[in-house]
Design a protein around this ligand. Structure first.
Ligand code: SAM
Length: 331
């Protein structure tokens, strides 16, 4: 049998979304310099209630989603975050993770773990209290460290640390962060500043992953950094002295990774977002609030068809990305 040639137009992705980020709330108690200008920069007027989130979750799973990460804003500011985790667990989500700034992690870690949360990513750019205060505009480092220690004691399957590297601010701390993480069985990951929202103002302060890697060369194996299948855009390199340790790099600016992106995002107001770097989306709050699971599934298909073609789209380096709020869409 002769296979028919496939038309090379820009089709909607053939596979349905497998991975979703739920921005439970766009509120955040920090104002990181690359994310937002200050803490009074405005919030969404409408946010889904817990029952609407449950309908949304059912629709996502019905549409084929198998991996869920809760994010925001700061997800631990949402009063029902533990309930959402427990509900997702009942739906049979295979990989359930959360990204947090950890200011409230000490008080929630045990309940999150008991509810079925498997993995946690903590965003922490520095181990210096003054620098932390400066980079987050008022954050308290001790609270974050306390949250990390509690999470280690609770025993999540994996803890990663995400550090955004800003030239002439925290780029002197790469090695210190790596060693600190490795001593605690935490996987350190370094992110290039993405030119999105406030990050667009820091064009001159981007440290490319290749430069970060060069600075850590004495600690890391040489050779190509490797993707982990189905685990997002980070590429990892193992430690020279210990193959069980690794460092991840996320190259949102020097090498965008839209090709192969299988992520959908749901903003706190119930808008389905096909890409972090555009304001495109499909509103699904009416369906979520009326318990219309099939309607959610249809809306997911519609949003997925709006996913930019990863062969030509360059994510956060596209000029319009500066107008997008990562906190609003769900970073
Ligand atoms: N509040 C949670 C937290 O701090 O992890 C979740 C939301 S936050 C928007 C998600 C991640 O996006 C954090 O790791 C943050 O550092 C990162 N982020 C925000 N703006 C960024 C930018 N312009 N470039 C790179 N990373 C950014």
């Amino acid at each position: 049998m002769v296979a028919l040639p496939v038309l090379q137009h820009r089709p909607a992705p053939a596979t349905p979304p497998r991975s979703v980020r739920l921005s439970l709330t766009d509120r955040c108690d920090l104002a990181c310099v690359y994310c937002r200008p200050d803490k009074r920069d405005g919030y969404l007027e409408d946010r889904l209630e817990i029952d609407a989130w449950k309908t949304m979750a059912k629709g996502l799973v019905q549409a084929g989603v198998r991996r869920v990460r809760l994010t925001g804003g700061e997800p631990l500011l949402h009063p029902a975050v533990v309930e959402v985790v427990a509900f997702l667990r009942t739906l049979g989500v295979e990989d359930l993770a959360l990204t947090t700034n950890a200011t409230r992690l000490a008080r929630h870690a045990r309940a999150l773990r008991d509810a079925g949360l498997q993995r946690i990513n903590v965003s922490l750019d520095t181990l210096d209290a003054d620098r932390f205060d400066r980079m987050t505009r008022g954050g308290n480092l001790a609270k974050v460290l306390d949250g990390i220690e509690t999470s280690r004691a609770v025993g999540f399957d994996e803890i990663k640390l995400n550090a955004v590297v800003v030239k002439d601010e925290n780029d002197s701390e790469l090695e210190a962060l790596v060693r600190w993480c490795w001593e605690r069985d935490i996987v350190p990951r370094f992110l290039e500043v993405m030119l999105i929202a406030e990050g667009a103002k820091l064009k001159d302060r981007v440290v490319r992953a290749s430069e970060m890697r060069a600075r850590l060369a004495h600690l890391l194996e040489s050779g190509e950094a490797q993707h982990e299948a189905g685990r997002g855009p980070a590429k990892y390199i193992v430690a020279r002295h210990d193959p069980t340790k690794k460092v991840g790099f996320i190259t949102g600016t020097s090498d965008t990774f839209c090709k192969g992106c299988d992520r959908l995002r749901v903003a706190a107001d119930g808008t389905l977002r096909p890409c972090l770097a555009t304001n495109d989306g499909v509103a699904a709050s009416v369906e979520a609030r009326s318990g219309d699971v099939n309607g959610i599934t249809l809306a997911i298909g519609e949003a997925w068809a709006k996913k930019p073609d990863g062969d030509v789209w360059k994510g956060c380096t596209e000029p319009d990305a500066a107008d997008v709020s990562m906190r609003g869409i769900g970073g």
